[in-house]
Design a binder for this molecule. Structure first.
Ligand code: DWN
Length: 409
């Protein structure tokens, strides 16, 4: 692969019956934050558009960027977002309560990042992390979480099975949307999972993306935008079963899927499939309508920001999420609008946002520099952040939130 290639067949069902439903143009990589010394180097940009497959309903990116470019030096750290860490701790406790019967049980996490989830249960069972990002895997290893720095695959699944036995639980959060050859990776999970085991994975739900107009979740790392329909098509074809599902309020709304080799599907699965049909998630027109909502949100937000700048207001960004870079680049919001962006991730501080080149700094700066407005790029943590920053709001600082509707609070 010369850095990227166009996907002509559907990732799940191999159909060519796909139609482009949104085109964001050429974009830099959303997590490719720039160091000061690389500012003079032209950035790589890649086509960013999504297709809808009428055969299995998978919404997916039209092009695939080389995984080494995307993940080998990864700026994203789970532990930088407290609400996310708490979300994963709660999942880890649920896994231990519902699935771990012996300290010898093995829990394998695909995309284990800095080991936040596994650290919660490492004293209750055997744990193994897998993550290609050497920098984040290093943090996990330092915290005592055995981690394989590589991409998960059927080959690696066989190696783990021969060395450590089968896994009682395989967990993968915000990973299965990042994989091009999804059939191969899901087959690897099937290989590793014990007969009565559970594959528990979370993916952001395409229904939320449509509902909230959260188009910023579209970037090159996210190859798939799953509905339960598309996931069911995939697991049926691999002769696996979706035993249960739960909609969880993280990254907007994510589907938490409980899958296994056998067993029945719960009532929640049946009801959710009906809900998706009623929402039109199996119809291409739904996604065509979505792109119109994105354009209307764009105009409202950009007009508001320029109005405030004309009034001489100081505006900064809060949170430098990957999704923020899709929004900033597509809406052409740069350092002429946002003086800087604060972020709690040490690896992001001192860098510049890809494409728009806005400086990313520590939130400490807010102790000395008060803006008039804060544009909340990490809108998915709005409740926690507005609570955390109520002191700023008491001093008159206003927050601008763009998703699901543009509003000032
Ligand atoms: O799939 C993925 C999603 C789930 O996570 C990955 N491809 C990458 C990543 O996407 P993201 O960067 O959009 O995720 P978050 O968790 O929405 O990023 C939040 C950002 O905001 C982090 O950089 C941390 C920062 N933050 C902050 O500065 N102050 C977060 C909180 C809660 C805060 O109080």
């Amino acid at each position: 692969m010369e850095n990227f290639y166009q996907k002509l067949n559907c990732r799940i069902c191999d159909s060519k019956n796909m139609e482009k439903v949104l085109d964001l143009g050429s974009m830099p990589l959303a997590n490719d934050f720039l160091s000061k010394k690389s500012l003079h180097v032209p950035e790589m940009v890649f086509p960013l558009a999504i297709n809808f497959c009428s055969n299995c309903s998978l919404v997916q990116t039209s092009h695939v960027v080389d995984g080494d470019l995307l993940f080998k030096n990864y700026h994203y750290e789970t532990s930088a977002s407290r609400p996310l860490v708490e979300h994963f701790y709660s999942l880890a406790d649920e896994i231990a309560k519902d699935y771990i019967q012996s300290p010898d049980n093995l829990v394998v996490e695909i995309g284990s990042n800095d080991g936040s989830l596994l650290s919660r249960i490492k004293d209750r069972c055997r744990v193994l992390g897998i993550d290609p990002g050497g920098n984040v895997a290093e943090i996990a290893i330092k915290n005592g979480i055995s981690t394989i720095t590589d991409f998960f695959s059927t080959t690696l699944a066989k190696k783990i099975k021969s060395e450590k036995g089968m896994a009682k639980v395989v967990v993968a959060n915000n990973v299965m949307a990042h994989i091009d050859d999804v059939r191969y990776v899901f087959s690897g999970v099937k290989e590793l999972l014990s007969p009565g085991g559970r594959f528990i994975f979370e993916v952001h739900w395409v229904g939320n993306l449509i509902d909230e107009g959260g188009f910023d979740q579209i970037y090159h790392e996210h190859l798939c935008y799953y509905s339960l329909h598309s996931l069911k098509f995939l697991l049926d074809s691999l002769r696996m079963v979706i035993n249960d599902i739960k909609l969880v309020p993280i990254h907007g709304e994510s589907l938490r899927v409980f899958a296994g080799h056998s067993g029945k599907s719960s009532r929640s699965v049946i009801e959710f499939l009906d809900r998706e049909v009623k929402m039109g998630l199996t119809k291409r027109d739904t996604y065509i309508g979505f792109s119109k909502k994105v354009e209307s949100n764009k105009k409202k937000l950009v007009d508001l920001l320029w109005e405030l700048k004309k009034e001489g207001k100081k505006i900064i960004g809060y949170g430098a999420p990957a999704k923020g870079n899709t929004l900033l680049n597509y809406f052409k919001i740069g350092p002429d609008i946002l003086d800087f962006i604060t972020d709690t991730t040490p690896a992001k501080q001192g860098t510049y946002t890809p494409g728009t080149r806005i400086p990313v700094v520590s939130p400490e700066i807010l102790k000395n520099e008060l803006p008039d407005y804060i544009f909340l790029l990490s809108w998915n943590y709005a409740d926690a952040i507005l609570e955390k920053e109520k002191g700023l709001r008491e001093k008159g600082v206003k927050f601008i939130i763009a998703v699901p509707e543009v509003r000032v609070v």
